[in-house]
Design a protein around this ligand. Structure first.
Ligand SMILES: Cc1cc2nc3c(=O)[nH]c(=O)nc-3n(C[C@H](O)[C@H](O)[C@H](O)COP(=O)(O)OP(=O)(O)OC[C@H]3O[C@@H](n4cnc5c(N)ncnc54)[C@H](O)[C@@H]3O)c2cc1C
Length: 321
């Protein structure tokens, strides 16, 4: 059997579940067995209903008020006996901040190996090989498991999300026996940006060094707000301190795969492309016709972003209104 650890935030199951499912299907086909998923938290019924439709045989709920603001330490404590007790040959989770933290603890408790931040699932006969970038993408590792449970985290927005097929997973509740843990979350303070999270966004407006300074983000924010888009950035502007690192797209930032990606004043360095080249449509705005971003772009506009972006914003406003 293959188990998927489903991540959720703010009452939404993250799309990494659907991405893990496409890899889980390959694993289940070769290794045999059903695909199960597990949700962990408190009052999970509504979240569980969001998983209806996916080709998952059984959804396990570790549901307890104790787990409402649980640390990954507590969550791993709750998951470990369940994973150990089940006949899971493979466990997949997201390589998000939460997934990385949780699976590292879980793998230590099982104990088993862990291939983190994988970007491809390859096969050596019937043996799964997890392909993962290492040293900030300067090299790649092929990870195989000698024995024990196969555990891996998948980089978000890389594996194609599996579509809902109309099946309804059987649901089962796992009892959680609250053990003693060393840490506890007292409060979660969310930064109110009013914008969609970068890795979940359908549209991203991203800015690079062409923006010239932190004071000019306004033109990109206006376009982003008009389209209900998230705000992205190149590493150059993050390093310059013009925007926070949480906005960085690329090899050492976030991997995104929106429907539309606007690259404004971004040259298109290989490390930036590594994080956004799977976007469905790429619109590049750059005043240098030789900029490498144009090779990756679906639509290219050669021009000064300070002139082009406001024109686009005004045009989109007429459509959106
Ligand atoms: C190990 C490693 C990891 C890295 N990880 C990342 C990563 O995760 N993400 C990332 O982005 N980079 C990453 N980089 C850095 C990457 O190599 C580039 O340096 C960076 O992406 C360049 O950012 P930029 O395109 O904003 O700046 P530049 O390369 O300076 O490009 C600015 C562009 O703006 C255009 N421009 C200037 N003025 C205007 C204007 N008025 N209107 C329109 N266009 C204009 C210019 O023609 C130019 O093409 C990494 C590098 C290394 C070595």
């Amino acid at each position: 059997m293959v188990l998927i650890i489903a991540e959720h935030q703010n009452g939404q199951v993250k799309k990494t579940l659907a991405e893990c499912l496409s890899a889980a299907k390959q694993l289940a086909e070769k290794l045999g067995g059903e695909i199960h998923a597990v949700l962990i938290g408190s009052s999970l019924d509504e979240l569980a209903s969001q998983i209806d439709g996916f080709a998952i045989k059984k959804l396990h709920l570790i549901d307890s008020p104790e787990l409402e603001k649980a640390t990954t330490e507590k969550q791993a404590d709750a998951l470990a006996p369940f994973v150990k007790g089940g006949e899971f040959k493979a466990v997949l989770g997201p390589a998000s901040a939460w997934g990385r933290d949780l699976t590292a603890r879980l793998a230590a408790k099982i104990p088993c190996g862990l291939a983190t931040d994988c970007t491809e699932l390859r096969w050596d006969g019937d043996k799964p090989i997890f392909y993962r970038p290492v040293y900030a993408g300067k090299a790649f590792a092929n990870v195989a498991f000698k024995n024990g449970v196969i555990m891996a985290t998948l980089r978000p927005n890389v594996f194609p999300p599996d579509e809902k097929t109309g099946e309804t997973p059987e649901k089962g509740t796992i009892t959680y026996d609250a053990g003693s843990v060393a840490s506890q979350i007292l409060d979660i303070i969310r930064k109110a940006t009013g914008r969609v999270e970068l890795t979940e966004a359908d549209i991203i407006v991203s800015g690079g060094r062409g923006i010239k300074g932190a004071e000019n983000w306004g033109i990109l924010e206006e376009l982003a707000d008009t389209l209900g888009a998230a705000l992205g950035a190149s590493r150059a502007v993050v390093d310059a301190g013009w925007i926070e690192h949480s906005h960085q797209v690329g090899q050492t930032g976030k991997t995104v795969s929106p429907k539309i990606y606007f690259a404004c004043g971004i040259s298109g360095a290989i490390q930036h492309l590594a994080g956004m080249s799977s976007s469905k449509v790429i619109v590049a705005i750059n005043n240098n016709p030789e900029a490498p971003i144009f090779k990756a772009a679906t639509f290219g506009i050669v021009g000064d972003m300070f002139k082009v972006v406001p024109i686009l914003t005004e045009e989109f406003k007429t459509i959106v209104d």
